[in-house]
Design a protein. Structure first.
Length: 248
């Protein structure tokens, strides 16, 4: 199979669960795969080093910083950036192989989210898309502590049709742990911007978040898991403003 000159950059931390299928798919697209680890304590390193790829480790500072570091090690001009729980679909691999890459453009890829072992079709994750394919020297990740994003001109986005399969949180407990972590980081970010908590933000924002995700975005059509997702995201919103109040 002909390979485009695209590097694939992946950051990892205790990612053994899905890493094999992530790398099995990635190697069908690229002969330059970079795995940048944050000193995992599971079998991440062992799995990664069983493949022909570049494996390195660095102390974690932020998601954006880590991704930029991985990108800097890429051999090719074009980079596909994925996480260690994101698997390229066969249709996406073929689409990228046949793609005529256009300089100064970035490519947005649709996501299909697997949550607790099931495909989520509605709610806030419906029609989720992210720019993940871009030129190495023209696009960088910002270095926000949470919810990192790429800096690019939105007029330059082109949209691919085939999805990345995102194996998101595998259990309710994992989702709650992640929500607690993000709420603390989110509170610190708000504090740095001199934002304040309030009774309205503390109690009404979580309710609004739940109603929007569960009802307006049709999360209820995903059944029990749709409720669980909306509820945990609302809890994260509450924890964020509670923490902001404590540290302000």
């Amino acid at each position: 199979m002909k390979r485009n000159k695209i590097s694939i950059a992946i950051i990892t931390k205790n990612a053994e669960k899905h890493l094999n299928k992530v790398l099995d798919a990635a190697k069908l697209l690229s002969d330059d795969i970079i795995v940048l680890d944050s000193y995992s304590t599971d079998k991440t390193q062992e799995i990664a080093q069983s493949y022909e790829l570049k494996f390195l480790a660095a102390t974690f500072k932020s998601y954006g910083n880590q991704k930029n570091l991985a990108n800097s090690m890429a051999k090719y001009d074009w980079i596909l950036s994925i996480d260690a729980d994101e698997v390229l679909s066969q249709a996406l691999i073929q689409e990228i192989l046949e793609l005529e890459l256009k300089t100064s453009k970035v490519y947005s890829i649709p996501f299909q989210n697997m949550y607790c072992g099931k495909l989520i079709r509605f709610g806030r994750w419906k029609n989720e898309k992210h720019v993940r394919l871009f030129e190495k020297d023209k696009v960088k990740w910002n270095e926000s502590e949470v919810h990192e994003s790429l800096d690019y001109d939105k007029r330059n986005i082109l949209f691919l049709k085939s999805p990345i399969l995102h194996y998101s949180m595998d259990s309710k407990a994992i989702h709650l742990d992640k929500a607690k972590k993000y709420s603390k980081i989110g509170a610190e970010v708000l504090k740095s911007k001199k934002k304040k908590s309030s009774i309205i933000k503390l109690y009404l924002n979580p309710v609004f978040r739940f109603v929007k995700d569960y009802f307006f975005s049709l999360g209820f059509l995903d059944g029990k898991l749709g409720f669980q997702i909306a509820w945990i995201i609302a809890k994260e919103t509450y924890w964020k403003y509670k923490r902001l109040k404590e540290i302000s």
